[in-house]
Design a protein around this ligand. Sequence first.
Ligand SMILES: NC(=O)c1ccc[n+]([C@@H]2O[C@H](COP(=O)([O-])OP(=O)(O)OC[C@H]3O[C@@H](n4cnc5c(N)ncnc54)[C@H](OP(=O)(O)O)[C@@H]3O)[C@@H](O)[C@H]2O)c1
Length: 288
Amino acid sequence: MKILVIGSSGQVASALARQAGAHEVIRMGRPQIDLVHPAGIADIMGQISPDVIINAAAHTAVDRAEDEIEAARALNETGPAALARSAEARGVPFIHISTDYVFNGLGGAPYAETADTAPLNVYGQTKADGEKAVLAVNPDALIVRTSWVYAPEGTNFVRTMLRLAAGGETMNVVDDQIGRPTEAHALADALLDLAEQMRGGADGGLLHVTNTGEASWKDLAEASISGAGLSTRVTGIPTSAFPTRARRPGDTRLDLSRAQAVYGITLPDWRESLERCLEMMGVSGRRG
Ligand SMILES: NC(=O)c1ccc[n+]([C@@H]2O[C@H](COP(=O)([O-])OP(=O)(O)OC[C@H]3O[C@@H](n4cnc5c(N)ncnc54)[C@H](OP(=O)(O)O)[C@@H]3O)[C@@H](O)[C@H]2O)c1
């Protein structure tokens, strides 16, 4: 199967290429496909003639998005809608990735796909608008919401924690936000499975796909640090003690039952995928 992935060096785009197996994964980002200037997308799709398209490109800098509203809107809403329209016109299954940050985190229980969205920040708002825009032009599209993505490369929480832990004896990490940390390669395996199912005629719509289990940022920091053999002590602090440009939701655990029931997809527990990530980074069990 030939899969066109939009985004080149991003965490999920890179993981899709690494996990491709027997599939041909063609990553394409700027300058060939620039979601801020989506003209020409249809031509590129025509040249590549993919069996499935996965959009792994986005404006993911949650704090920066507060000051880059136009860019966030182009990357997270209008660009994906242009991709979705071109895919629909060619009759090619389209998978778009969205986020737990479409929710305000006040629900008190894991969010089902049918729950109302209520984003707290520009990133979440533009992603929520992107979901609607994609489905408006391409009702057959599959929108995969995921959460707290990290990978062995790129800018992410796990790598930041390991860098900070290497330089200190103690660190403070927020412990009153909880969610489901998701390793990019585990997510990529699920996306490739979903791509095959979509090509086989599976239904689209909204779908939650994350690693299983739940964690606070402090839990994820501690597991990363101890998994890398470091002994830095992590102290939990409330969100109020760590002000950020963008507001963040408190509890964005996603309900994963539809992925299991409809597509037979269940990812490993987050601790198992974290261990695999640390191994890929070459730091698993390292003594600090
Ligand atoms: N990171 C998270 O914690 C998280 C959580 C929930 C959901 N998600 C969603 O998961 C998906 C993948 O996220 P990720 O973590 O892999 O993101 P990432 O590592 O930040 O990568 C973003 C990707 O977007 C591409 N991109 C940026 N500007 C572009 C433009 N103008 N035109 C075309 N492509 C452009 C980048 O291209 P280059 O390769 O050229 O730089 C890169 O491949 C996104 O939809 C994101 O919203 C992420």
